[in-house]
Ligand binder design. Structure first.
Ligand code: T5A
Length: 210
């Protein structure tokens, strides 16, 4: 059962799961009902955090150490929380965020194999009591994620060039987190047609706002 006091909603999933596509659906849903919200994303969401995002996604002549990657993500997050997320929540708005710390557990904790303890340490330090109230995970198998990224075209970023083992660890981590706290997560099979995904999303949002 979804808690009706939900305010901080995050959307997660692997590359090509359809986060951007479905985020637009969520935004329309809120707009049609006149519910005040802030839609944002991670890494990014502020001028400085977007600069860190570029640093994270671009290719460089030297490799980025996984621990440095983790610290950059939390630096961007600290700025984002301070400038966007907390002010919006304090103003009584919903916050709808494309990725948040679940992505760090999945990509840095498991994908990069840094382990969950380091992520948890920084999560406590940076977020204190702040946690999403509900996280929607758009779940796709690794092969479909790769196929959708390929179909979308364009240059692959620093994460998208990773292999299937990396992404399998990422997907497993999302499943693990969802199974450990089912009340905080809604898992949608995003390998279905977009119309079917939208229907599931609509059911979740209606429950949320009832
Ligand atoms: N990252 C992020 C970390 O490593 N740690 C962290 O803590 C955080 C916060 C950027 C990267 O940062 C990493 C993870 C990421 O690698 P991002 O901007 O969210 O994160 O980037 P991507 O996940 O790469 O976003 P994408 O745009 O690739 O994926 P989306 O948004 O999930 O997919 P979308 O909506 O663009 O759809 C992709 C294609 O699939 C089609 C769409 O039309 C589009 O062509 N599609 C479908 N087709 C058929 N059926 C459906 N149901 C479909 N849904 C979408």
């Amino acid at each position: 059962m979804i808690n009706s006091s939900v305010k901080f909603l995050t959307i997660e999933g692997m590359e090509g799961a359809g986060k951007s596509t479905n985020l637009n659906y969520v935004i329309d849903f809120f707009q049609q009902r006149g519910i005040p919200f802030t839609a944002t994303r991670e890494p990014g969401g502020t001028e400085i955090s977007e600069k860190i995002r570029h640093l994270l996604l671009e290719h460089h002549n030297e490799s980025l150490a996984p621990l440095a990657e983790l610290m950059l993500i939390f630096a961007a997050r600290a700025q984002h929380i301070s400038k966007v997320i907390r002010p919006a929540l304090e103003a009584g708005q919903w916050v709808i965020c494309d990725r948040f710390t679940d992505a760090t557990y999945a990509y840095q904790g498991e994908g990069r194999q840094l382990g969950g303890e380091k992520v948890e340490l920084l999560e406590r330090f940076v977020q204190q009591d702040l946690q999403p109230d509900l996280t929607i995970i758009l779940d796709v198998p690794v092969a479909l994620s790769a196929a959708r990224v390929e179909q979308r075209g364009g240059e692959l970023d620093r994460f998208e060039v990773e292999g299937s083992d990396f992404f399998q660890r990422v997907r497993d981590a999302y499943h693990q987190r969802a199974s450990e706290a089912p009340e905080r997560y809604a898992l949608i099979d995003a390998s279905q047609s977009l119309a079917q995904v939208n229907t599931e999303l609509q059911n979740i949002l209606e429950q949320l706002l009832d």
